[in-house]
Ligand binder design. Structure first.
Ligand SMILES: NC(=O)c1ccc[n+]([C@@H]2O[C@H](COP(=O)([O-])OP(=O)(O)OC[C@H]3O[C@@H](n4cnc5c(N)ncnc54)[C@H](OP(=O)(O)O)[C@@H]3O)[C@@H](O)[C@H]2O)c1
Length: 297
């Protein structure tokens, strides 16, 4: 990492950003973390070294937040607002001399990604590529961490919304790769797309793997894609309605074959980190006690 680099990591109160910032800190990068939660800024500064106030819904906060920042880890939440948030942040980054943006997108493929969320990420990536700022786009498939979400494996029943295979990635790999890319900078990673999908599994193969690792019986329940919209609206869910509709479209298009490629393996972890990515069985071993706790008795 060049001595004058200063990375701003967004989304650090969320699951990906927090891991990216933790990896950067462990690797002794110069970083600050951005949050819209004013009350948390001191605690975040204590945790990561420096924090800055930034509200992605209020571009008036961007110029001050980007002062002396050289690179950004751009992540947005489960909302269609990602479009305007990312556009206005890229505009501000250009104005403020940011030299590298690493964007967290989805497992998209040029002519096959028509589920809304996937298309939104592709639109952001096109805008970023056109910005003149050096860019790196990350394309993770389904996070293994989704198994730890509120509805996913309650009662040992794994709720899936397509019977077809889906590709998975562990956030441990995506976040460490993002940190290394930010540290190695645009000299090595400008203009690069990286994919994260280490293993493609049907719902029954997921349940079998979780059972084998934890010793507790897991069973897969395959629901209609429409069920996702309802389940994603449960209390504690991170999805806003337009995003949940995007999830429904994704599962529908995987099921009918239009987005069958989502069930494929394509993984650049080793290229970036020089080590193998985590398989679901290895990830489940690391998270066995959380899986058992969520699954319940
Ligand atoms: N789940 C999957 O399987 C999957 C797969 C591929 C890609 N993705 C992509 O991953 C991304 C979500 O990542 P995640 O799971 O880490 O999300 P997350 O846990 O919900 O975290 C979202 C982060 O964004 C912050 N944020 C939201 N609105 C903000 C605003 N207006 N200003 C500043 N910060 C704001 C949140 O901060 P607050 O604490 O202030 O809300 C939080 O830190 C999405 O783009 C999604 O498309 C997900």
């Amino acid at each position: 990492m060049n001595g004058s680099s200063n990375v701003l990591v967004l989304g650090v109160t969320g699951q990906v950003g927090k891991r990216v910032a933790t990896n950067l800190k462990r690797k002794k990068a110069t970083l600050s973390v951005g949050s819209r939660r004013k009350a948390n800024l001191k605690e975040l500064a204590d945790q990561f070294g420096a924090s800055r106030f930034i509200d992605l819904d209020d571009p008036r906060t961007f110029d001050e937040a980007l002062n002396n920042v050289t690179s950004i880890f751009l992540i947005t939440g489960y909302t269609v607002d990602m479009l305007v948030q990312s556009k206005s942040l890229i505009d501000a980054a250009k104005r403020n001399g940011v030299t590298h943006i690493v964007h967290l997108g989805a497992f998209t493929r040029e002519h096959d990604s028509y589920a809304t969320v996937f298309a939104w990420h592709q639109m952001i990536e096109a805008y970023l590529r056109d910005s003149g700022i050096a860019w790196t786009n990350l394309h993770p498939n389904m996070f293994m961490q989704n198994f730890l979400s509120v509805w996913s494996i309650k009662g040992g029943l794994y709720s899936a919304y397509t019977s077809k295979a889906i590709g998975f990635t562990a956030l441990e790999d995506v976040a460490e790769a993002a940190a290394v890319i930010l540290m190695e900078g645009p000299e090595k990673h400008s203009g690069m797309d990286y994919w994260f999908s280490v293993e493609a599994l049907t719902p029954h193969q997921v349940a079998e793997t979780l059972t084998a690792v934890t010793g507790r019986k897991f069973t897969a329940a395959v629901h209609h894609a429409e069920g996702f919209q309802n389940d994603a609206a449960q209390p504690g869910s991170a999805f806003e309605p337009a995003y949940a509709k995007g999830g429904l479209e994704l599962f529908r298009q995987v099921e009918d074959g239009r987005m069958a490629y989502v069930g494929s393996v394509k993984d650049d972890t080793k290229k970036i980190l020089g080590r193998e990515p985590l398989l679901l069985s290895e990830w489940a071993k690391l998270h066995a006690s959380e899986l058992l706790e969520i699954a319940g008795g």
